[in-house]
Design a protein. Structure first.
Length: 142
């Protein structure tokens, strides 16, 4: 989320089926809030997150098999999921060549050449052939 400041997420936490429904609902809310608190310590703005407890709904594994407890299944059901709920294109970072992993002295000239825009040619507003003819390929003269 630090690399994508345009993204907002919903934090959904779940429980297994042990305990009363009301207890599991409350526990899942606390779990989601704890995840949100942790992420805010990593400088993620709380305004970009929504915490939601789902209780024991939507298990991804059986809590019991043929009436016998399934500890592994219950472990999988105690989880937190992140769902992207918003994306503001004006805040999107597509390529940041100032980040350390992009600072590489070899190939700098080639990389900069690839990022340049040709301002010598006027844009007449006509879409490229690939937009007009879906399925067309570069260099396809048909």
């Amino acid at each position: 989320m630090q690399d994508n400041p345009s993204v907002s997420v919903e934090i959904r936490s779940y429980t297994d089926n042990k305990g009363e429904d009301a207890y599991n609902d409350e526990l899942s809310v606390k779990r989601a809030q704890a995840v949100m608190a942790y992420m805010s310590t990593k400088n993620i703005d709380r305004g970009r997150m929504v915490a939601r407890g789902e209780g024991e709904k939507n298990p991804i594994a059986p809590n019991d098999i043929k009436g016998k407890d399934n500890p592994t299944g219950r472990q999988y059901n105690r989880r937190t999921e992140f769902r992207i709920i918003g994306d503001l294109p004006e805040k999107r970072i597509i390529y940041d060549m100032n980040r350390p992993e992009y600072i590489d002295k070899s190939g700098t000239e080639e990389r900069n050449k690839n990022l340049q825009i040709n301002n010598d040619v006027e844009d007449d507003g006509t879409p490229p052939d690939s937009d007009v003819r879906p399925g067309s390929h570069v260099g396809d003269d048909k």
